[in-house]
Design a protein around this ligand. Structure first.
Ligand code: PXP
Length: 240
């Protein structure tokens, strides 16, 4: 069964809408754990639009499951990661004007910066994952950089019209998943996954971890955080 990493960024988005102290992503992480989350994921963006440094530091103390920090390959953020020491660091691309992460990291183009970040994180004893599009060249290079895992970007699949278009995106992800595991890396996936579209992705052979945020937070507003996480986790139980 794929493990569920619950991304709590958008709990902080609601808080930052008023710049107060509620809702607290730290509370959400605790409820996610009660709901069966296997990991807590958060993205410390350079513009600090949702998660704040304080969140990361408290979560490092309070989270008892895997703590996965998403970050750009930028010197100041990598330094924070090395100091706070999450269990896993996932390198993602970042542009200030984007609404959310819009695509995988272009490791081919930014090889030097990514390699430097990977080396620093690994030297600090942090497991490194790269968030990539399902492109063979990118995946090959990830393997050469010596990372532990690749998180496949599922945004195109999630955004495709159900039917042949979505099936074609799924096939691309499935093949990329095989390439990743054949190269000895661990397979993760995420972005845009929902209660409706997650099952086929969870059933890709050797799928180890799914990172899901927006859809869970959206449901949590209606039914509560613990239940929203529990419902998603149930869907990941293949055959369940
Ligand atoms: N994985 C990565 C690398 C991401 O950047 C994000 C979005 O922050 C997610 C997963 C979760 O995406 P969503 O919020 O659409 O579930």
């Amino acid at each position: 069964m794929a493990l569920l990493g619950v991304n709590i960024d958008h709990v902080a988005t609601v808080r930052q809408a008023r710049r107060t102290n509620e809702p607290d992503p730290v509370w959400a992480a605790a409820l996610a754990e009660l709901g069966g989350a296997d990991g807590i994921t958060l993205h410390l963006r350079e513009d600090r639009r949702h998660i704040q440094d304080r969140d990361l530091r408290i979560l490092r103390e309070s989270v008892t499951v895997k703590l996965n920090l998403e970050l750009a390959a930028a010197e100041d953020i990598v330094a924070i990661a090395c100091e706070v020491h999450p269990d896993q660091a996932t390198l993602v691309p970042e542009r200030r004007e984007e609404v959310t992460t819009e695509g995988g990291l272009d490791v081919v183009r930014h090889r030097a910066a990514v390699a430097r970040a990977v080396d620093q994180l690994k030297a600090a004893g942090i497991g490194v994952s790269l968030f990539l599009d399902a492109e063979p060249r990118q995946i090959d290079l990830a393997s050469k950089l010596g990372v532990e895992a690749v998180e496949l970007h599922t945004g195109q699949y999630a955004g495709a019209t159900p039917g042949p278009a979505q099936q074609a995106e799924f096939e691309t992800l499935r093949k990329a998943g095989k390439q990743i595991t054949d190269l000895g890396m661990t397979l993760h996936a995420g972005h845009g996954l929902t209660y409706r579209n997650v099952r086929p992705i969870a059933e890709i052979p050797h799928m180890h971890e799914l990172n899901i945020g927006h859809s869970i937070v959206a449901r949590a507003i209606m039914v509560g955080f613990e239940r929203a996480v529990r419902d998603m986790r149930k869907l990941l139980e293949v055959g369940g």
